[in-house]
Design a binder for this molecule. Structure first.
Ligand code: OMD
Ligand code: FE2
Length: 449
């Protein structure tokens, strides 16, 4: 079963380009020509618009798609409340904001039978989902594929697998995402996550794991490049959207929606993944983080990590991100007379970091350190930077050109402090004594008199 899914995932074709006006049809003639909503849509399909931005937002930022489906989304019974599990939504008010630097080990293995939705575990966040501002940091662990379908009214979901490949079946078609890739599910788009590497029935292998940034604010877009020029960082053509693929399923399908923080469920009499054709720019996509064109200093000093921004969700203040997704991808360090790892700093922005693979150049690796599947939180103005070991090594290192290619880390950098859920503040896997990594940084200063 999982072998078939992998073959399917690896054979998928995509539409290329970030923010493009794509179009796709799974049956010839399903897409109307020359208009969005003909009197009768082709092939007996229903036409439906899905808006990701207000109708009136500037053309450059407007997001919407037209879907041609077997049944309109409106054809569903009432939703009723279901448990939220470990999923939480802004505003975050469960704990007292904590100025300490914090670090977590990976989530423990999930209970048997946990799907992606049940396995979402919220660390914290900021803003207010109902005001469409702020963000949340979630982790997930899952050992079975979803059978139900999920859609999130509260924001878009940026998924970064750390362990195990995923096949994501969406209203727009299928996406394949592996550790080292990101997948983006826009607000409102329904999807089902299937595991490609789960141990078949009975043989319990390690669960799939990863990170999710839920963005309540303006949809992620590519950052402006300013003096960098017309190319660089994440190149638009490397973002890939699915081609139309639909499920023609008549029969009970459980559909869950998150709305203003709560999960609601309904049993549909058909699959809502029944879109036969679509066009538009409010679409899911995948991106391979290793395609990131890393730019940096070729003279001296360590640049600010904004140069590693893959995607940004802007706020109403120019240059101030609701949240940025930043990647620390393989790169050369060549700075002369330069302390090459990240500098000591205190930042008005708040930084959640995770590790997809290997190690990170400012933090000690290994057990009790910054490990794949773990995460760190350095909130507004919290003092951090290289740990003692890194500082000592890097301030004495011979400054020959050096390739940093032993890891893949990322950061969600957000305008407001990330406030913790109770489960994150009390977690067994919250590391105790994280401050120790900065203990013993020696005094070297000697006043001249
Ligand atoms: O804290 C971190 O490791 C993230 C980070 C990286 C960097 O290269 C410069 C500043 C910064 O906050
Ligand atoms: Fe930092």
């Amino acid at each position: 079963m999982s072998g078939d899914a992998r073959k399917l995932a690896e054979g998928l074709t995509y539409l290329s380009g970030f923010g493009n006006e794509h179009c796709s049809e799974a049956e010839p003639g399903a897409l109307p020509e020359g208009r969005n909503s003909p009197q009768r849509a082709p092939l007996g399909l229903y036409a439906e618009q899905l808006s990701g931005t207000a109708f009136t937002e500037p053309r450059a930022h407007n997001r919407r798609s037209w879907l041609y489906r077997i049944r309109p989304s409106a054809a569903h019974p009432p939703f009723t409340r279901t448990g939220n599990g470990a999923l939480r939504t802004a505003p975050f008010t469960e704990t007292v904001p904590d100025p300490n630097r914090l670090r977590w080990d990976p989530l423990p293995e999930p209970p048997a039978g946990t799907d992606f939705l049940a396995g979402l575990w919220t660390l914290g966040g900021n803003g207010d989902a109902a005001q469409r501002t702020g963000m949340a940091v979630h982790l997930y662990h899952a050992d079975v594929s979803m059978e139900r379908v999920f859609g999130n009214a509260d924001g878009e979901l940026l998924i970064l697998p750390e362990r195990g490949g995923l096949l994501i079946r969406t209203e727009f078609g299928l996406l394949h995402v592996e550790p080292g890739h990101l997948a983006l599910i826009p607000r409102g788009v329904r999807f089902r996550v299937e595991l490609l590497d789960a141990a078949p029935d009975g043989g319990r292998g390690p669960a799939a794991r990863g990170y999710v940034c839920e963005n309540y604010g303006a949809p992620f877009r590519l950052p402006d490049l300013g003096p960098i020029g017309a190319n660089g960082l994440a190149n638009p053509r490397d973002f890939r959207a699915p081609v139309a693929a639909y499920e023609d399923v008549e029969g009970p399908v459980e559909v869950v929606t998150k709305f203003c923080g709560n999960l609601w469920r309904a049993t549909y009499d058909h699959s809502p993944l029944d879109v036969v054709a679509w066009h538009g720019n409010h679409v899911p996509y995948v991106y391979d983080l290793r395609r990131f064109n890393v730019l940096g200093s070729i003279s001296y000093d360590h640049p600010d990590p904004s140069i590693f921004t893959v995607l940004t969700s802007p706020s109403d203040t120019p240059g101030l991100a609701n949240v940025d997704c930043v990647v620390f991808a393989p790169r050369w360090l060549v700075g002369e007379d330069t302390f090459r790892p990240p500098y000591f700093h205190r930042n008005v922005m708040s930084e959640y970091m995770g590790l997809i693979e290997g190690a990170y150049d400012a933090k000690t690796a290994g057990p009790g350190g910054f490990v794949p599947g773990g995460g760190s939180l350095h909130n507004m103005m919290s003092a951090h930077g290289p740990d003692r070991e890194t500082f000592e090594k890097a301030s004495g290192a011979e400054l020959v050109p050096q390739k940093v290619d032993n890891g893949l880390a990322f950061m969600f950098e957000t305008r407001w402090p990330v406030l913790l859920t109770e489960q994150a503040a009390r977690a067994e896997h919250l590391q105790r004594g994280y401050d120790e990594v900065w203990r013993g940084l020696q005094r070297h200063f000697r006043p001249s008199r």
